[in-house]
Ligand binder design. Structure first.
Ligand SMILES: [Zn+2]
Length: 404
């Protein structure tokens, strides 16, 4: 199964990939020069040594590079370009479906950079890449599944006035409010905006997410924003269980209506439970895992990223992905950040196959969950048709490479 050609050919997804963490390095350098953004180096080697490293000491160091990528992404042409390139990079390694996520308010100033323009620009890049790919003879003739995509918009769990011109204005306008109230209002404002943009402009904004520093900012604070998108039939995912444990994951599912979970790394870690009412912590963790598995709430697993940001995780084999597989939880392999984590979907899939017990049958399920539990834009009937075409193609490739 570790045959490179097989890994490339087999249809894959990436349901958790941040646009601003996944630029091509040469593009970042070119755009930083053009926009006169100061960086510690202007060569690939220099930036790999100083910013986008193989290993990071902590989350702060991991997040440092976003300062530069976000700085070059406050311009519609640049946004369109990086979205296009991200889709093409995925297509070239056999990824057929992606959901690109980003936080619109980090790029906004509400003057020249409005939410509408930002989403239009990203969608332009993605739809161009999709059209080009799907014009291939084999796709047109139905011999191979088409490429498709959705956009996920992230609210920030925490933001300061310095995060973007939009946030600076937002703090100015609410100077008598507590910072936490401002953060909650920011999330609700985003929720209202993206529903409007989706409905008025037909942009495939498929889900709402909560990203950024988890510690100190519990999911429960964002109920209003999540309830708003929920009422408007938008899907929900939440970065949960990266810093907090099982209760935070439970909260994401029950109070924020999460259909999927980003990371959920500490799902099984009973020592992360702080709620004193939970007496039998082991039972709580087991019950929760069973509940997640039974409800088919899919976990977006990002192995390399977790290795880089969790100092406690020394060996990939100790990753909770092992237990997720054992408990029959629906999981999907994702990159998180292609540039910052220096990875690809194929790379992550190989890492999973090399370090965990995954039979061909399990591999097929793992790949299919990515399509089945995607927030595919379009009706359920259209989604079923698309998933069916992928399923047939997976069977064909597995047969061809004798992966049975
Ligand atoms: Zn993420």
């Amino acid at each position: 199964m570790l045959n490179n050609e097989f890994i490339k050919k087999i249809p894959k997804t990436d349901l958790h990939v941040h646009l601003d963490g996944s630029l091509r390095l040469p593009t970042l350098i070119e755009l930083a020069k053009k926009e006169k953004i100061e960086m510690p180096a202007y060569t690939e080697e220099g930036l790999r040594e100083k910013v986008f490293k193989k290993k990071y000491n902590d989350l702060g160091e991991y997040l440092h590079g976003f300062m530069y990528t976000c700085a070059v992404l406050r311009n519609p042409e640049n946004l369109e370009r990086v979205a296009y390139e991200l889709a093409v990079d995925n297509q070239q390694e056999g990824v057929r479906y992606i959901e690109i996520r980003f936080a619109p308010q980090l790029h906004m100033d509400n003057k020249t950079m409005t939410m509408e323009l930002i989403l239009e620009s990203i969608n332009k890049g993605l739809s161009r890449a999709k059209k080009e790919f799907n014009a291939q003879k084999s796709v047109v003739e139905g011999l191979e599944p088409a490429f498709s995509y959705g956009i996920i918009c992230c609210a920030m769990r925490m933001f300061g006035a310095s995060f973007s011109p939009f946030y600076a204005n937002f703090y100015d306008l609410h100077k008598f409010s507590h910072p936490m109230d401002i953060i909650k209002m920011g999330a609700l404002e985003l929720a209202k905006g993206i529903i409007r943009v989706r409905d008025d402009r037909g942009i495939p904004i498929v889900a709402f997410d909560l990203a950024g520093q988890e510690a100190g900012y519990p999911a429960g604070d964002f109920i209003d924003a999540y309830r708003f998108v929920h009422k408007n039939f938008m899907h929900k995912t939440v970065h949960a269980g990266e810093a907090y444990g099982a209760e935070s994951i439970f909260q994401a599912i029950t109070e924020l209506y999460a259909d999927r979970l980003g990371h959920a790394y500490y799902l099984f870690d009973k020592d992360k439970i702080t709620d004193k009412d939970i007496e039998n912590k082991q039972k709580y963790v087991d019950d929760l895992a069973s509940y997640i598995a039974e409800r088919r709430i899919t976990i977006e697993v990002c192995l390399t990223s977790n290795l880089q940001t969790n100092p406690n995780l020394k060996n990939i084999k100790e990753h909770s992905f092992k237990k997720m597989l054992e408990k029959n939880i629906s999981t999907s392999i994702c990159t998180d950040n292609r540039l910052v984590s220096n990875t690809t979907v194929s790379g992550e899939l190989k890492l999973a196959l090399e370090n965990f017990t995954i039979t061909p049958r399990m591999l097929k399920d793992l790949l299919l969950y990515g399509f089945k539990r995607s927030f595919y834009p379009g009706s359920y009937s259209e989604k079923r048709k698309y998933v069916r075409s992928v399923m047939n193609y997976i069977d064909q490739i597995m047969k061809e490479y004798k992966v049975v």
